[in-house]
Design a protein around this ligand. Structure first.
Ligand SMILES: [Zn+2]
Length: 482
């Protein structure tokens, strides 16, 4: 029997507000433990929460960008459970009346568009953090994160593969980054994901037993965990076994999931409306103002890149997948207008380095040592024939390590391309004189030797020689001499 995976994702996105959702404490990451706290977010009795308006505005931005309906009246509820990082004994969240519902996101999958529906987007507060200190055997609580505003974004179970799940998360993260409401940093936990996975016989509509996977802190982890679960489900069902509904944790070291808690321990949160908070009333005019302030989103920017800069759709897709990279590309274009060459350098060398230095999940290429202007100037040096494409790689690496301009690097290291015929001929003569046997072989008809001789000439001149001129001159000398 063939099985079809059914996947739904739940994303928690931390909002880039300056203060917390129900108090004036800072949301800054990396502060000393419990520095960003006050009686409200520490859950002292008798305090009252006051809703941060920016949180609502950011949630509406997300809702409009994902084609949601925006509720004119929504409400906060208390989600009751006990845990040391939740000092009030309940989390304030939206339950039966969320702010945004029935939206969707479109994914570009192998040349086709796939629509993933969104059930809801709601606002809630984050909990604190427990730190288990192995040396002192103590558990410590840091409440800096308690009360930081989150959006919970819940998809319908429309996702059918690990690949689609990855694409959905990247697209969603890009949208939030373009809206400037979430930095999308998965390592710092400002973009977190839980996955609900089940399988069913292909062609049927019923839903199989679903498993929730937690502890997914990179796109790779999400994709690998889903692949692992799909295989585990199919194997169990094919052997006539059954599955239990449970929450499982992804173990990135062993690359497997393991049970965390089963249905018997599932929480009953006993939600009820928070009596300390008024309903959230949103008027038409405010929605219109927010709608008018929305930036160009990834999909629109991609289309503009294809038509305006005449670059392939796939390249445009990659360039616009992150706002900072798209901005970097357009900023470089102001210095040197060669969209194709710039796209090639960004998607080739720059992406390679991002991957090597593990910066792909982090943000802001603006902090990158190779300034957009410098990359553009380096390409201009290639176009003018000052450096060869090969030497440009050396210049690129040097820019990366020093942040200096390509002109400075070329002058300093004497990397300028040699094009004058006299120097080229002298270099070739020396190489030919040093390799009489190879020259004889070439002249006897072994044409493969040509590449070897070019290599020797490049080596002797540290790759600085103009390759086209060297090729022409070498060919002439070899045939003349024969
Ligand atoms: Zn506070």
């Amino acid at each position: 029997m063939k099985y079809e995976p059914v996947i739904g994702l739940e994303v928690h996105a931390q909002l880039l507000t300056e203060s917390k959702i129900f108090c004036g404490c800072s949301t800054q990451f990396g502060q000393a433990p419990n520095q960003n706290t006050c009686p409200v977010c520490m859950g002292f009795p008798g305090v009252l929460p006051v809703l941060n308006k920016k949180t609502v505005e950011f949630a509406i931005r997300a809702g409009l960008a994902t084609r949601c309906e925006i509720a004119r009246s929504s409400r906060f509820a208390r989600k009751n459970y006990f845990y040391p990082d939740l000092p009030k004994g309940y989390q304030i969240s939206q339950f039966e009346l969320p702010l945004c519902t029935n939206g969707y996101i479109e994914l570009a999958m192998n040349g086709e568009t796939k629509r993933i529906r969104l059930t809801r987007i709601h606002m809630e507060e984050d909990a604190g953090k427990n730190i288990h200190d192995m040396r002192s055997d103590a558990s410590l609580v840091d409440l800096n994160r308690a009360g930081v505003p989150l959006l919970e974004i819940v998809s319908e179970p429309d996702i059918r593969s690990a690949e689609e799940a990855g694409s959905y998360l990247r697209t969603l993260r890009a949208i939030l980054q373009y809206l400037e409401i979430c930095d999308g940093n998965m390592e710092e936990g400002s973009f977190r994901c839980d996955a609900n996975v089940s399988v069913r016989p292909e062609g049927t509509d019923t839903l199989g037993t679903k498993v929730e996977i937690k502890n997914l802190n990179s796109f790779k982890a999400v994709e690998k965990a889903i692949v692992f679960e799909i295989r585990r489900h199919i194997e169990a069902l094919s052997e006539g076994g059954t599955l239990i509904q449970e929450t499982r944790l992804w173990d990135p070291d062993r690359e497997e999931t393991r049970p965390m808690r089963t249905k018997e321990f599932a929480h009953d949160y006993r939600y009820f409306p928070d009596p300390d908070l008024l309903p959230v009333i949103v008027d038409e005019q405010w929605i219109d103002t927010i709608r008018a302030s929305l930036p160009e989103l990834p999909e629109d920017r991609k289309i503009r890149f294809i038509t305006r800069y005449e670059i392939p759709a796939y390249d445009a897709e990659l360039l616009t997948s992150r706002r900072d990279i798209a901005d970097y590309f357009e900023s470089a274009l102001k210095t040197h207008r060669s969209p194709k060459a710039l796209a090639n350098w960004i998607l080739g060398d720059l992406f390679r380095v991002l991957k090597e230095r593990k910066l792909d999940d982090k943000l802001y290429i603006t902090d990158w040592p190779v300034h957009a202007e410098n990359l553009a100037n380096m390409i201009a040096l290639i176009d003018r024939g000052t450096i060869s494409g090969k030497i440009a790689k050396t210049v690129f690496d040097a820019m990366l390590d020093s942040g200096r301009s390509p002109q400075e690097i070329v002058t300093d290291k004497g990397l300028e391309q040699v094009s004058d015929s006299e120097t080229i001929e002298r270099a070739i003569d020396q190489v030919l004189a040093a390799h009489p046997k190879q020259v004889a072989d070439y002249r006897a008809g072994n044409e493969k030797i040509f590449g070897f001789l070019v290599g020797q000439i490049m080596k002797a001149t540290q790759g600085k020689i103009n390759p086209q001129k060297a090729n022409e001159s070498l060919k002439r000398k070899l045939t003349q001499g024969g």
